[in-house]
Design a protein around this ligand. Structure first.
Ligand SMILES: Nc1ncnc2c1ncn2[C@@H]1O[C@H](COP(=O)(O)OP(=O)(O)OP(=O)(O)O)[C@@H](O)[C@H]1O
Length: 265
């Protein structure tokens, strides 16, 4: 673990019966960085994501978040420490507006008591205090959600829903965000918009991002560092440039993203 580490996994092994889904895998997410986790199908990406986010307890190894050993900590405890996550299939409320989602997340962070009284008195969300409005406006602005802020989620395309999920995760002011296949189901334009937003978020805020992705080209484009898994083993780690030229990575992906996408360029 380096001094500026936000999240580290150290020699994590995960066995499911006789199957070794992760074999002594170590990764490091430095502060204010974007780290990508890629690998062919069945490589162990989701398993590692589960271990890092608190859904799975590894068979052996440790996970450290800032200075705390969180190997056995629940997802809830990790959230309290500053870890947020998004889901592959956005988990949003279809009748609430974009703005409502961000307000709710802001109240979870800043005024939980008020949130509950508003929900249970049946009067809806009361008029917000000025500082809340400023924070919510800032997030709407950062994510470029202004034109759709008052639209219900159910009316919006998947690309917008993903941006709302990112905004909602950021509203609780995490120091680390785990993103589970954020580009899944997005078209090229939506993926480009998401990529630009994620880079802007890390440039503006004290937050690190770790994301699991199938879109290798996206990862190589926006990440500071990339870890590659294959059959539960970490076969490479480095800058996008190093990963692009790594023979083991090219072999693991033979016929898949790295080579085919390079040909397409
Ligand atoms: N709960 C489980 N029980 C048994 N085996 C599992 C379990 N979860 C994952 N595995 C196995 O562990 C290995 C790694 O799976 P994992 O889902 O982590 O890979 P992945 O890289 O996320 O794959 P994909 O890209 O296809 O989603 C696979 O062989 C998978 O079948």
């Amino acid at each position: 673990m380096s001094a500026s580490s936000r999240l580290s996994a150290h020699e994590v092994t995960m066995r499911f019966g006789g199957l070794v889904a992760l074999d002594s895998v170590s990764i490091d997410v430095p502060q204010r960085s974007i780290v990508g986790l890629v690998g062919p199908n069945g490589a162990g990406k989701s398993t590692l994501f589960g271990v890092l986010s608190g859904l799975l307890t590894p068979t052996s190894g440790t996970v450290t978040f800032d200075d705390a050993d969180v190997t056995r900590a629940s997802a809830r405890t990790r959230a309290r420490l500053g870890m947020a996550r998004t889901f592959q299939h956005p988990e949003l409320f279809s009748t609430l507006t974009v703005r409502d989602h961000i307000v709710l997340a802001d109240r979870i962070r800043y005024s939980r008591a008020r949130l509950w009284t508003d929900l249970f008195t049946g009067r809806g969300l009361r008029r917000p205090p000025a500082d809340e409005t400023a924070r919510v406006d800032d997030l709407i602005d950062t994510l470029g959600l202004g034109p759709i802020a008052h639209r219900a989620i159910g009316d919006l395309p998947l690309g917008s829903c993903r941006l709302v999920e990112v905004a909602r995760a950021l509203a609780v002011e995490p120091t680390l965000m785990l993103l589970d296949e954020p580009s899944s189901g997005l078209d090229v334009a939506e993926t480009a918009e998401l990529a630009a937003v994620l880079q802007q978020v890390v440039a503006d805020r004290d937050v690190s991002l770790l994301f699991v992705e199938h879109d290798v080209e996206l990862v190589l484009r926006i990440c500071d560092s990339v870890h590659v898994l294959d059959f539960g083993v970490k076969i490479a780690a480095g800058t996008p440039e190093e990963i692009r030229n790594d023979p083991a990575v090219r072999a693991a992906y033979l016929g898949e993203d790295v080579t085919s996408q390079e040909k397409a360029r």
